[in-house]
Design a protein around this ligand. Sequence first.
Ligand SMILES: Cc1cc2nc3c(=O)[nH]c(=O)nc-3n(C[C@H](O)[C@H](O)[C@H](O)COP(=O)(O)O)c2cc1C
Length: 381
Amino acid sequence: MRRAARITATVLGLTAGGAGIEHGVFEVLQGNVTPEGLMIPSIGPPCVPELSWNQCEPAMTIIPNFLITGVLAILLGITVMVWAGFFVHRRRGGLGLILLSVSLLLLGGGIFPPVIGIIAGAVGTRIGKPLRPGGGVLSGASLRVSAGLWPWALALYVIWVLGQFAVGHFFNDWLLANGYIIIVMVLGSLLLSVLTALARDRWSSLWRMKAVKAMKAMKAMVVYDSVYGNTAQIGEAIGAALGDALGSPVHVQVVKAGDAKPEQLAGVSLLVVGSATQKFSPLAATSRFLKSIAKGGLNGVKVAAFDTRFPVSMIERIRILAFFVRIFGYAAEPIAKRLQRAGGELVLPAQAFYVGDSEGPLLEGELEKAAEWGRQIVANL
Ligand SMILES: Cc1cc2nc3c(=O)[nH]c(=O)nc-3n(C[C@H](O)[C@H](O)[C@H](O)COP(=O)(O)O)c2cc1C
């Protein structure tokens, strides 16, 4: 749905209906009286059309009675407002608003309000229409600037429609002498609102199309290495989370390091690599895979690294092991460094996942932690 067109049609329709009601109230106040002709002043004496900036709010009626005309104008004004608020975006909602506005014109709702309602209805007919790429008069910078003017043009319209009464109150004679100002301001801001709304919707749809295209082109890859299966489970959990977070068009491949070929990296924009830590390092197949990536081979690619390892509490129990770990570390950090050296842009710091023993199992909650880390990667892309 075209959002800007919907909001614009609703706002214009609300002002049209509201102004129609206002005309109706003044007509009711004139009582059970027969007007002189088809064209009537909504505001009765002491208002003198020639002396009042708003010309006593001229209207038209096909019913020769002020009271009945006024009641009908109020009812139609309310209907126009409700229709503009809740139905204008529906199928034939725009047409409905146009017909209601024509009725408002014939039954005392003023001249300007029905015209505004008809324009609102015309905008309403565009709400559900699909936008074709390449269509539209504007493009590039002119489209961007026009789109940026909405909703300010609409705000200007609302401010003027309400503010003209204050201006008229204080500067009646000036407005009377320069009556064209009202027409220029109301119609000008109204037309600007409509044109900028159409531009805004076109602009938004172009952006959406670009974003979907970029997503469709995106390929993500998780490369893991595992002896006892624990790192494989973590890699799969990360891959699934990436797939969920990136949405359906994105293809996420989860590959064992021994099977991963550098050619598979073609078109990949996110690469996550992880390995079980053995002897303070990544497994051999992981190192081989990392070495196979050419210098600069990961330029423009977002990367992240993880490993599985013993928890610190376990390592601290064996003094000599703790000593070596302090010097040589684990697998994830060197993996991250290698990915960066190949040109990759690290999305998050290297991440550890813990096992209870050499063959596992993973500590409780580690799979959920892996899924959360995957989501964090996407959030930081
Ligand atoms: C020979 C060997 C050496 C290991 N060296 C380390 C080590 O240096 N640091 C560490 O935290 N864990 C070490 N571990 C524990 C492994 O990290 C653990 O086996 C691994 O996380 C299990 O993952 P996998 O099931 O994917 O192989 C070692 C395990 C083995 C079998």
